[in-house]
Design a protein around this ligand. Structure first.
Ligand code: GLU
Length: 378
């Protein structure tokens, strides 16, 4: 299992409120947070990119506001999150700074991972932060998320982010060391499951049960997250975060549950381009470009003969051949006005035509999924 960690290039770690905040006193577990950040810094030192999804805002903020009762109303949770999030961010900034690292706060709502343009924006920001060496620290934007647009739990949020940034490993740190055939606190004969290849209805049934304490995500939401993340190409690890240096501990023997990814992150992304988003505009290409596309190459402006419909940069467009057959879908690198100027032109001419360097391709092959009958997007 630690093998998967050592092979992973881009890792997301999700930590729950119960690990970060003392449920009796409501205080931040600073020693634990410091040891977690030291482990993340060590992974960065090995050349990996790391992202952290951290809960704890509501649990931290409620004490400061004197909200002691169970079952907070939505607006009370939101008020608590507003107070707790700034404290959480401060703790992370200081802890990462001690390792010479820059923490960046990203607060997301469900809509940011579903609505295309917001998704692309969030994705670009996260990728830029990673490229610049920062560590994104992510939480749900609790103060603005209404009941309808909440992820509700950070397990799912972390899984969506894994897909967004094409992470190859998601680690869910919890107060339990993985999945059991039944709730081990209640059923003595419950067996630990070290590896899950496919999330079957039986696996989902094992995870069902009441959620207790200050954290929202029980095992059920972890399995839901594992389903999303493995379909997006990430391996998923549910491990106990109870000890200090919880990531270092993953290298030593012990119980945890590993979920095998279903596809590679790149294949998952192409599947997403092919199916997930509604495409309205069309790019028509010539026979030479069609051959290039079918052999796995990018679409260059030279091969484009016509454009139909409206699109912005980053939109999904349908690519058709001269006889109108759909060949592929892809994220277009230019907006309609620019693309019009580039139709049929050679790549070397782009800079002169647009007045800036631009992309060499109209649609880069990484952003292109073959959808025609002869195609295979894998
Ligand atoms: N976003 C919530 C918080 O930071 C936590 C949600 C969860 O525990 O999954 O307090």
């Amino acid at each position: 299992m630690s093998d998967h960690l050592s092979r992973a290039r881009r890792i997301i770690v999700k930590v729950g409120s119960r690990l970060l905040v003392n449920s009796d006193t409501g205080a931040l577990n600073s020693e634990w947070l410091t040891s977690l950040v030291a482990d993340l810094a060590a992974l960065k030192g090995e050349g990996k990119e790391v992202l952290l999804v951290s809960s704890g805002a509501i649990a931290l903020g409620r004490r400061a506001l004197g909200l002691k009762h169970a079952g907070l109303r939505l607006e009370e949770s939101q008020a608590a999150a507003a107070v707790g999030q700034v404290r959480l961010a401060q703790a992370y900034v200081e802890a990462f700074h001690a390792h010479g690292l820059t923490a960046a706060q990203i607060l997301l709502t469900l809509e940011d991972s579903e609505e295309r343009r917001r998704y692309l924006n969030a994705r670009e920001t996260l990728r830029t932060l990673l490229a610049l060496g920062a560590v994104p620290v992510i939480n749900e934007n609790d103060t603005v998320a209404t009941a309808e647009i909440r992820f509700g739990d950070n397990d799912r949020l972390a899984a969506r982010v894994a897909g967004m940034v094409e992470a190859d490993c998601l680690i869910l740190l919890s107060d339990i060391d993985g999945l059991y055939t039944a709730n081990p606190q209640r059923v003595l004969s419950a067996q630990h499951i070290p590896e899950v290849r496919t999330i079957t209805p039986e696996i989902e049934a094992m995870a069902r049960g009441p959620v207790s304490g200050i954290s929202r995500g029980g095992m059920e939401s972890k399995i839901a997250a594992a389903k999303i993340a493995t379909a997006a190409g990430a391996s998923v690890l549910i491990a106990s975060g109870r000890l200090l240096h919880p990531l270092r501990a993953i290298d030593s023997p012990g119980k945890r549950t590993f979920f095998v990814p279903r596809v590679s992150p790149a294949a998952a992304r192409k599947r997403w381009i092919a199916g997930g988003l509604s495409a309205q505009a069309t790019v028509v290409i010539d026979a030479g470009a069609e051959r290039a596309l079918l052999s796995g190459k990018s679409l260059l402006p030279a091969g484009v003969t016509a454009l139909e419909g409206r699109f912005e940069r980053g939109d999904v467009v349908i690519v058709k051949n001269a006889s109108g057959r759909e060949l592929a879908r892809g994220l277009v690198a230019y907006n309609l006005e620019e693309a019009r100027l580039l139709v049929g032109r050679r790549t070397v001419e782009i800079e002169t035509i647009l007045g800036y360097r631009g992309r060499d391709e109209m649609i880069h092959r990484d952003n292109l999924a073959l959808t025609g009958s002869a195609g295979d997007d894998q």
